[in-house]
Design a binder for this molecule. Structure first.
Ligand code: PFF
Length: 450
């Protein structure tokens, strides 16, 4: 397979993989999940899970992809045994479901660019504005289709040109913007209790569900457990240091989520908005903060444009998981694979986007009495069940099937410093024993089984 496309440089790989990791998960999902799960204690548990599960799994996925030089199905087919293909199938399913609701939120983001330019987002009560918009039928669907078409167009450009170039420019700008917003947020009157909520852990609120939510969020945010990093790993050349890449992506991703927390929570408390708003949280909070800034509408437009780009560099990695399989396993052209996948995602996407409109009668009620609509079910099921399940199987696969020699060989390629090499045994030990155990415990506990 010498003609496979490759990333050109270490920076290019990190930009593309960090581009996959950093997206709506950090800025939209992290604050709302943290807000629903008690703030500070959630943050601590989240960081713990990122370290103990996130880094080892990210590295494991990349090494499988690089070793096999193939997509999420092809890799397991090549490296064997046959039954391991199930891991690829779980990944495909997760990519498909995530993309369907991810594009709903991507569509909301595009709408907020429009609403910032027209100024209409600042006219009404922010909460009211968001609910009115989200409950419509035509507009959210239109934006979702546009978001998916944008994703498809980038994917049609191929790996190097499309993914790498797009990711390289955006990240620094987005970080700068978040820092500006954070400064505004923490200087708002009454913001101190928001900061406390976010960094002072209140362990009385911690339950098994908190751990499950933190694990789901970590997997979602790092794009792991479903083969996105495996697919990107397959485009990485043998002279690249996977350990370094894994750590860099994880650190960048986590810092950006924390930064987003420092924007959202101080603002929430300053405006007396409850932190457990659910998926609409940033769309209610951010307009409030922009309204308090000079050139607010301009900043708001710029921010949502950056968020859109960040979400596109993630959605392309989701689409690429599926397209790579169709292209390499079924020998379809990149164009056909992209078009068919996009249409299929849109079919499920109609249901997620119209969760609060046409399909508002389709919901389940949780033990706490909250309604979960199709959107919430897709979000919960993919992040909290499919990704950890995929991650669990990948760790077992690497630890018990591929074994130490292969792991060491992949983690030594392109490495010439002793410290990095010395980390191999610890990471392998975690992959083989600790991580699978932690996932099982969090799973069983979170689902109320133990
Ligand atoms: N990590 C992305 C985000 O935080 O927005 C979402 C995502 C991308 C999840 C790719 C899973 C994935 F495979």
């Amino acid at each position: 397979m010498s003609n496979r496309e490759n990333f050109s440089s270490t920076f290019g790989i990190i930009a593309a993989a960090a581009g996959s990791a950093v997206g709506l998960g950090n800025i939209w999902r992290f604050p709302y999940v943290a807000g629903e799960n008690g703030g500070g204690a959630f943050l601590l548990i989240y960081i713990f899970i990122v370290l103990i599960l996130g880094i080892p799994l990210l590295i494991s996925e990349m090494m499988i992809g690089r070793r096999a030089q193939a997509n999420v199905i092809g890799s397991f087919k090549k490296l064997g045994p046959k039954s391991s293909i199930i891991i690829g199938i779980i990944g495909l399913l997760a990519a498909f479901i995530i993309l369907s609701f991810y594009s709903t939120v991507g569509g909301w983001t595009i709408h907020y660019i429009y609403a910032s330019i027209s100024g209409e987002v600042f006219k009404l009560d922010y909460q009211q504005y968001f609910t009115n918009f989200k409950d419509k039928s035509f507009l959210p669907l239109l934006w979702q289709v546009i978001f998916l078409i944008m994703t498809a167009i980038i994917i049609l450009g191929g790996v190097k040109k499309g993914i790498e170039n797009c990711s390289k420019v955006l990240m620094p700008l987005l970080i700068l913007m978040l820092i500006i917003l954070m400064i505004r947020a923490v200087t708002l009157p009454g913001s101190k209790s928001g900061i406390d909520f976010f960094i002072k852990p209140d362990f009385s609120k911690v339950t098994g569900k908190t751990f499950l939510a933190a694990m789901g969020q970590a997997f979602f945010s790092l794009s792991i457990g479903m083969g996105a990093m495996l697919t990107y790993g397959s485009y990485i050349k043998k002279d690249q240091n996977l350990t370094f890449i894994g750590f860099s992506i994880t650190i960048a991703d986590t810092l950006i989520a924390i930064l987003a927390g420092f924007v959202i929570f101080p603002t929430l408390f300053s405006f007396n908005v409850a932190p457990n708003q659910g998926p609409g949280l940033i769309f209610v909070t951010l307009p409030a903060i922009f309204d308090q800034m000079p050139w607010g509408a301009g900043f708001s437009t710029l921010f949502f444009i950056l968020l859109l780009i960040a979400s596109l560099t993630s959605s392309i990695s989701l689409l690429e998981v599926i397209v790579a399989v169709l292209k390499e396993e079924l020998k379809w052209s990149r164009t056909l694979s992209t078009i068919i996948t996009t249409i299929l995602v849109m079919c499920l996407g109609v249901f997620t986007t119209l969760s609060w409109n046409t399909f508002q009668n389709l919901f389940i009620t949780t033990a706490q009495g909250n309604c979960m609509y199709i959107f919430d079910i897709c979000d919960y099921f993919s992040s909290n069940i499919l990704l950890p399940l995929g991650g669990f199987l990948i760790m077992l696969y690497v630890g018990w099937y591929l074994k130490k020699d292969v792991f060491y060989e992949e983690l030594s390629a392109g490495v010439n410093n002793k410290f990095t090499l010395s980390l191999r045994s610890m990471i392998f030990f975690i992959v083989k024993y600790i991580a699978p155990l932690v996932i099982i415990l969090v799973f069983l506990n979170g689902l109320g089984i133990i």
